[in-house]
Design a protein around this ligand. Structure first.
Ligand code: FAS
Ligand code: PHB
Length: 390
């Protein structure tokens, strides 16, 4: 088989790329090792930056998002129970939308298939070859039968644990990483959100985040040890700890409900440079990971493939490779700003084991400053809603 762009991975990056390429009249195929049901059920991100929602509308996949997405004009930051609001609308005249990543994935898959796009689910033994030639190859198996796709370009959208990044020869890539000494215990519950917007809560017991998926489904997180055993936590203990990490007034409003999803996620910051080798281009989690405190992961993946699609369009229209050659530089400018912001939000809001009393007081001063200074809260707001995409 032959295609202009072979895409590995049907997550937000791969799916969004295939839609962007279709709009540009560029052929692609997506190969994915999980089932459609699996990828559509995978619970992950929840926040769409303002420009991401605009892009989905522009691509004609924003209808359900506009109907079911929750538009938020700000967030609350709790400081040992005292809630202070960061008003995005007033500060930067922008909003965010709460719409689960699994809903984004469902919409993108449905749209791509409706266009007649090809998505091969449940493949195995994926590999790439001839990356430094003009005809790179993707090999995989479908129902045990070997398949081969000859491409002009390969998009490595296969996430942090994919095969694309490791397929780049040794010595080409430099990795930058920071691992945090805590993780998040996350739950989904059949219970109404405790507040109409998100609460990022710093307490002497640790961080907690009160978010949601709808007006009847809450998404809740607790700072725990990075290797915490989820089986140690009964639902009741989770609810009790969530009540301890907000003010008594807010705790009194926290309605419990059936917990139907729970797990522990470790936290890391990771970037690989460059994000390309020959005709292989890495996008999204295949190239970078951010701690979820800044709600950047999925949005950053979409930004990468927007830049890649523009570079491919320019190449096929003019044969110029300048945007392709500049892909890494263009993406990293946004990625490192997102890393900075995610690190800032994570270290400001989490209880860092081993911190001294001085560190705690400095951290409280930072929280006090960021939530009371117009300049500081404007800086937080412009990063949280999404820096301009140019
Ligand atoms: P993805 O990992 O989403 O997609 C990669 C796809 O490639 C997957 O479908 C995978 O099955 C497929 N694949 C892998 N190897 C393959 C192979 N060999 N062959 C074929 N296919 C292959 N971000 C936020 O903004 N907020 C959050 O709260 C948040 N929570 C998260 C919680 C968890 C547990 C995780 C893991 C991530 C979380 N993220 C969060 C980040 C997440 O949303 C990612 O940024 C986002 O999924 C990135 O999208 P992709 O780059 O498309 O990668
Ligand atoms: C979520 O809704 O899952 C979510 C929201 C904001 C974050 C992280 C996760 O910073």
């Amino acid at each position: 088989m032959r295609v202009q762009v072979g895409i590995i991975g049907a997550g937000p990056a791969g799916l969004m790329l295939s839609l962007l390429l279709h709009r540009a009249g560029i052929s692609s195929i997506i190969i994915e090792n999980r089932s459609r049901q699996y990828v559509e059920a995978r619970v992950r991100a929840g926040v769409l930056e303002h420009w991401t929602t605009e892009l989905m509308s522009e691509l004609g996949v924003g209808e359900r998002l506009r109907k079911e997405g929750l538009v938020h004009e700000g967030i609350d930051i709790g400081i040992n129970g005292e809630r202070r609001r960061i008003d995005f609308k007033a500060l930067v005249n922008k909003t965010i939308t709460i719409y689960g990543q699994q809903e984004v994935v469902k919409d993108l898959i449905a749209a791509r298939l409706a266009q007649g796009g090809e998505i091969e689910f449940e493949v195995s033994d994926t590999s790439v070859d001839r990356l430094d030639s003009e005809r790179p190859i993707i090999r995989y198996k479908k129902n045990g039968e070997p398949r081969e796709i000859e491409c002009d370009f390969i998009a490595g959208c296969d996430g942090f644990h994919g095969i694309c990044r490791p397929s780049i020869p040794k010595g080409v890539l430099t990795e930058f990483e920071r691992v945090y000494p805590y993780g998040w215990l996350g739950v989904l519950s059949e219970s109404p959100p405790v507040s109409h917007e998100l609460i990022y809560s710093y307490t002497d017991r640790g961080f907690a985040l009160y978010t949601m998926r709808s007006n009847s489904i809450s998404r809740l997180y607790l700072q725990v040890d990075p290797d915490e055993d989820i089986n140690k936590w009964s639902d009741e203990e989770i609810w009790n700890e969530l009540k301890r990490r907000v003010s008594p007034e807010t705790a009194a409003k926290l309605q419990t409900g059936r917990v139907f999803e729970k797990g522990v996620t470790a936290m890391r910051s990771f970037v690989v440079e460059p994000m390309q080798f020959g005709r292989l281009f890495l996008s999204g989690d295949a190239a970078h990971i951010v701690p979820p405190t800044g709600a950047k992961g999925m949005n950053l993946a979409v930004a990468d493939v927007l830049f890649f699609s523009r570079a491919l369009e320019s190449f096929y229209k003019t044969k110029s490779t300048s945007l392709l050659d500049g892909y890494t530089k263009k993406c990293l400018s946004r990625i490192w700003k997102a890393q900075r912001f995610s690190y800032f939000m994570t270290t400001m809001l989490h209880l860092n084991p081993g911190d001294s009393e001085f560190d705690r007081r400095r951290q409280l001063a930072e929280l006090d400053y960021v939530t009371s200074s117009k300049a500081a809260s404007t800086a937080l707001a412009e990063n949280y809603v999404g820096l301009p995409i140019d």
